[in-house]
Design a protein. Structure first.
Length: 202
């Protein structure tokens, strides 16, 4: 793995940095090192303005959905800072429910990106399987359920209404981007298994 540089610790003075929150190695994976694009931005992209996503949620930069002004233009520096602060926001609950993941930058980076994307990690099958100590199965849970069916690759599609027109549920659909990202998250996690094996031999 490349040595992290200032990209992994780019927060402004007085603000929390992702590196200080989850460790330099995990931060480098998510934010990138040198001129490399980080894991999260690779899949979220970087849009330097506020806009409505396909399901109508105000969004900006690298998929940020907080403090968004639709139509406003943001600088790259503002978006990089927003991404880092967003990752910190989603890393903190992961560390509270799964502090043991901080020992492995690949496991932790996978979990934080998952939480950044879905806003849910604690209590999921991924979290529970990690806590059981079965890392191989835990990594599989990033894109596969225990029964082998696809996991974390669906988004809401069309509303289902009752006879009075009230929305009672939704149909769901999957998207190629979700499938690709879930598989990449699993692959990143599986690098953590190699990390465990190497460390156990020292």
């Amino acid at each position: 793995m490349n040595q992290p540089n200032e990209n992994a610790n780019r927060s402004q003075p007085g603000k929390k940095s992702l590196a200080a929150t989850i460790g330099v190695a995990a931060a480098g994976i998510l934010l990138g090192v040198a001129d490399q694009t980080g894991f999260t931005e690779k899949f979220e992209g970087m849009v330097l303005r506020g806009y409505l996503d396909p399901v109508g949620i105000p969004t900006k930069c690298a998929g940020d959905t907080y403090n968004v002004e639709v139509g406003k233009r943001y600088s790259l520096a503002e978006c990089k800072e927003s991404l880092e602060q967003g990752l910190i926001k989603h890393a903190e609950p992961v560390l509270k429910c799964a502090p043991h993941l901080k020992d492995n930058p690949y496991f932790l980076a996978s979990a934080v990106d998952h939480n950044y994307h879905f806003g849910r990690f604690c209590g999921t099958p991924i979290d529970k399987t990690f806590k059981s100590g079965d890392y191989v199965e835990a990594c599989k849970r990033f894109n596969t359920n225990a029964d082998g069916s696809p996991a974390w690759v669906y988004v809401k599609d069309k509303p289902i209404r009752d006879k009075n027109g009230k929305i009672v549920s939704y149909t769901y659909k999957t998207l190629p981007g979700l499938i690709k990202r879930a598989a990449a998250r699993r692959e990143l996690c599986e690098k953590g298994i190699i990390h465990v094996a190497i460390n156990s031999q020292k």
